[in-house]
Design a protein around this ligand. Structure first.
Ligand SMILES: Cc1cc2nc3c(=O)[nH]c(=O)nc-3n(C[C@H](O)[C@H](O)[C@H](O)COP(=O)(O)OP(=O)(O)OC[C@H]3O[C@@H](n4cnc5c(N)ncnc54)[C@H](O)[C@@H]3O)c2cc1C
Length: 545
């Protein structure tokens, strides 16, 4: 006899755990099936060095920002260990000497720092911050709203489109123009319109290309910057970017603890091989070991290719939808480098190995837009970047739980290697790439290389094989314009439902993903619960009639 539940969640990443928690909170007997030995997916804390288990790293994702207060409060995550230290300033030391710091919320210090490079840019900075905040106020709340099914004539979809239009009736011509610019422009063109100094432009360009298979001169990268800069999703202000105590795995652990508190069962080492479909309806799943588990509601939180093409099968899907998933763009060229350090970097521009403010935020290696662009062009030409860029952080500036006293963890999120490096391990080339990345930091902080005790290099192949991130894309799919909003993951299916009745979809490849925000998992659970309510009341009416 197959085991039976009310709901099955495929994938124990943070979105799967959020979906399960909400389903169980509403009374559904829910099981999470996770293929790995632990939950968390890309939000994971691990000890990659068997010889030094006392060092723990946030192996893939590394900073929090987009999780809405609604989820944090509903699931009481703080009582389960959710604790985020706000990050310090953005910091870049330049090989030619000097440094820049940018503060998220300190206009006076921003002025002092930027005016060293350009007085004009320092004066423009408050207007830029206000412009961005204005746009974020429009875009943020949209992240919490399922996109309308644009083009559909069904009454429910037409009502959704009209509701969205009504909600934005107050928008001015100028705001709509600015949002259009943001959606269509490159981050380079946008920054050229505002700033003159290469130091400021380099600093602000990084957020436009994080996790993206596009250099700063590609259209659409301005939006990626905005996605990473949103501070309010409509249910309260989010913190600035911050470090979770215990690493990103502790976010997943907190969600898992909440889910278990509502009665969720979590099965580890339980890879799903198939979604069971009978008469166009999902009725359960089959595991790789042949076991079957049945439920009337199935939520998948895996990469769309795995969830739909592998698990549901093309023959069960509408042809248009299957084509959309087959052509889904899922490249990144990201390499994550995790380091254990014997001491903090001693920057020539800001000397000292004692903890200082410039160690507490982003410790970047992206000195100019041209530098970032060159790294992308190398990868697009088919070779790993000769001089990669890095979004670096040292979480142990705050978090003392990750490594022994006196030592530190540094996490380098770097780009790019060629898009097809997900198909082969490229081990020795990745090590050479990491050497070059480390050299770049060593140029501005000459104790850097010698301070490295251990290093862990995770490239696209490992991300795909070990974590299920197909193509090595960090968000289960690129944040390019044709894959956003009502097109994420496919036109007609941006409401967290799928062509298969009873199957819901809540991975980072849906609207509001990616990032460790939990919104896709939350929305998928809400869609499933809303449909259950409708079908229960229909059954009730039939019985009464
Ligand atoms: C290198 C890197 C850096 C990043 N940095 C940040 C950051 O700093 N901040 C941020 O907000 N976001 C960041 N992201 C993005 C963010 O981590 C992801 O968008 C998010 O964690 C994805 O969550 P998810 O639950 O949708 O999917 P996943 O985390 O991918 O979870 C899916 C789960 O399904 C499991 N699974 C796969 N196949 C099967 C199967 N057949 N059966 C059962 N289970 C299966 C996987 O093991 C995994 O646990 C980063 C991602 C990467 C890779």
């Amino acid at each position: 006899m197959a085991a039976t539940y009310d709901a099955i969640v495929i994938g124990g990443g943070h979105n799967g755990l959020v979906a399960a928690a909400y389903l169980a909170r509403a009374g559904a007997r829910t099981v999470v099936l996770e293929s790995r030995y632990k939950t968390g997916g890309a939000a994971t804390t691990e000890s990659p060095w068997p010889e030094a288990p006392e060092f723990r790293v946030t192996r893939l994702s590394y900073v929090m920002s987009l999780m809405p207060p609604t989820i944090i409060n509903d699931l009481k995550l703080a009582s389960h260990g959710y604790k985020v230290y706000p990050m310090g300033p953005y910091y870049q030391a330049f090989p030619e000497g000097g440094s820049i710091k940018l503060y998220a919320d300190d206009a006076k210090r921003n002025y002092e720092s930027v005016s060293k490079w350009s007085k004009k840019d320092a004066e423009v900075m408050p207007a830029w911050d206000a412009w961005l905040a204005g746009l974020a106020d429009v875009l943020g709340p949209m992240l919490l709203t399922p996109p309308p099914n644009i083009g559909s004539r069904k009454p429910r979809d037409l009502a959704g489109t009209l509701r969205l239009a009504w909600r934005h009736r107050g928008l001015k011509v100028r705001t709509i123009a600015d949002a259009t610019r943001l959606m269509t422009m490159s981050i380079a063109d946008l920054l050229d319109d505002w700033f003159e100094s290469s130091q400021v432009k380099g600093a602000l360009a990084v957020n436009g290309v994080i996790g993206t298979w596009a250099g700063p001169y590609e259209p659409g990268t301005a939006y990626v910057m905005a996605h990473h800069s949103i501070g309010d999703v409509g249910d309260g202000h989010l913190g600035n970017w911050g470090f979770q105590e215990g690493g990103m795995g502790a976010v997943s652990d907190a969600i898992e603890a909440a889910a278990r508190g509502f009665g969720v069962e979590v099965k580890l080492n339980a890879p799903v091989s198939q979604v069971l479909v009978e008469n166009g309806k999902a009725v359960g799943v089959a595991l790789e070991n042949g076991e079957e588990i049945r439920a009337g509601t199935v939520v998948s939180t895996l990469h769309p290719r795995t969830a739909f093409l592998d698990h549901v099968g093309e023959k069960n899907l509408p042809a248009d939808f299957a084509r959309d998933i087959k052509t889904w763009k899922t490249r990144s060229g990201v390499v994550k480098i995790n380091l254990a350090l014997s001491e903090l970097p001693n920057f020539t521009a800001d000397p000292g190995t004692d903890l200082a403010e410039h160690h507490t935020g982003s410790v970047e290696m992206a000195p100019s837009m041209e530098f970032i662009e060159r790294a992308f062009l190398d990868a697009r030409e088919g070779k790993p970047a000769v001089r990669p860029f890095s979004d670096g952080v040292i979480p142990t500036a705050f978090d003392k739980t990750l490594c022994p006293d006196g030592t530190h963890i540094m996490s380098l999120f770097t780009q790019w290697v060629p898009a097809d490096w997900n198909t082969e391990p490229h081990t020795s080339e990745l090590e050479a790439y990491a050497d070059r990345m480390i050299e770049l930091y060593d140029e501005v902080a000459p104790n850097f290389k010698a301070s490295i005790l251990h290093r862990d290099v995770v490239g696209p192949y490992q991300m795909e094989q070990e974590y299920g991130l197909v193509g090595g894309n960090i968000f289960h799919g690129e944040l390019s314009l044709e894959q956003l909003f009502h097109m994420r993951p496919a036109p007609g299916y941006a409401d967290y439902r799928t062509p298969i009745s009873g199957l819901y979809y809540g991975s980072s490849a849906t609207h509001a993903g990616g990032g460790v925000c939990g919104i896709p998992g939350w929305q998928a659970a809400r869609a499933a619960l809303a449909d259950r309510k409708v079908s229960k009341s229909a059954k009730g009416q039939r019985a009464a009639g």
